[in-house]
Ligand binder design. Sequence first.
Ligand SMILES: [Zn+2]
Length: 456
Amino acid sequence: MPVSPETLSAARQDLAELVAIPSVSARGEALDACAAKVALLLGKAGFKTEIHLGDVGPFVVGETGDGPFTLVIYNHYDVQPEDPVDLWTAPPFELSERDGRLYGRGSADDKGEFVSRLAGWRDFRAAHPEPLPYKLIWIVEGEEEIGSPSLTRFLEKRFPDLKADLCWWEFGEVDKSGRPIVLMGFKGILAVELECRTARADLHSSLGAIFDNPLWRLAAAITSLRDASGRILIDGFYDDVVQPDAKSLELVASPPFPLEDLQAETGGRRLLQGVDGKNYYKHINLEPCLNVNGFHGGYGGEGAKTVLPCTGMAKLDFRLVPGQHPMHIADLLRKHFDAKGFDDISIKILDAEVIGVRSDPSHFAVDLGAALLEKWFGRPAVIQPSSAASGLAYPFVHQLGATLFGAGLTHHGAMLHSPDENILISHFENMIGFSADFFAALCDAVRTNRGNAGDA
Ligand SMILES: [Zn+2]
């Protein structure tokens, strides 16, 4: 049954009201107002709601139902700043429609995701008013866009003993060809800044005959970290890597799109040694990598300046896989530099909060969700073992023990964090329909015992 015009219009109204609240966490703006609105919407939809203080913006929790299975839904109501505002076609905090799309800051990330699920929930409840046979906990935070500084602590404090089965992640994607993607994991991240100082002040470059140069030092140190295939040469780096399960390996063996597409789209030319059209998707999903983000020092202006700089700096990030703890990798990096004679290079840790996670794609809810996504989007769902990027799913997956399930309406041209952020109205509708069906399908699964904890 298609989504009714009444359901769609109520969802659009909710989205318009939420987009109109400029809940920019980077500025700490309108977060209380937005949290109150979210709590009101959840309360009206039958949830018992609570608001808890966070470091910057409050957490909203909605709870309902009871049973042997626990679904946690995670969303966020905060948004990125709207700047540069003059690049928006229409005002960022007014939901506007053009060419089958809805535009506005947060239309996709993450208010549109939240509203579509909630609209689906209301339709599901209208058809199934009996008590929900599973526990549903909906957590909507207001600090996601600034790195969720209090999420882990909040979950520990508010849900110290909670064991959950499934965590419906705050977003999901629809690829360029219209296929819905089910995301099962994220990489972790360690970002560091390296610095090397070799003299009190910049020197005449003629002294390069006897004194070492911080940029040479940094270049040599960085070169020692990786080979041409991208394999990281730090002792012990791979020791704790959790080996992928058979299903994940099977999934990455048949990439959902050809490498050439990605090359054409990005203009990326040079592949790492050994990367080809068969294995690139495995690298993206399951392999850690090391990037040099920036390399600075000395003179970069016009013309020549024969200087021997006294300092140099570089920034690196490691995208880590499950099992690799960012702080442990930072220790190994220190040991590597010391062992290679680079003890004059300092390491400042910029980001070590996000630990990689990857859930088992053979969980029953994944197949169930994938089938319903196919029903609503008209294309078979792609199950992706891990994003190439990082997300703070660790507390949900490890602390609460939930299987990650990322499904949503964020399309290829959604312009997240940019001017003209948007969603396709057709996807909005599909996600509402999907959500209603998914809530219902979980009831059936629980009633037929498939949803019992441990029966995955
Ligand atoms: Zn975002």
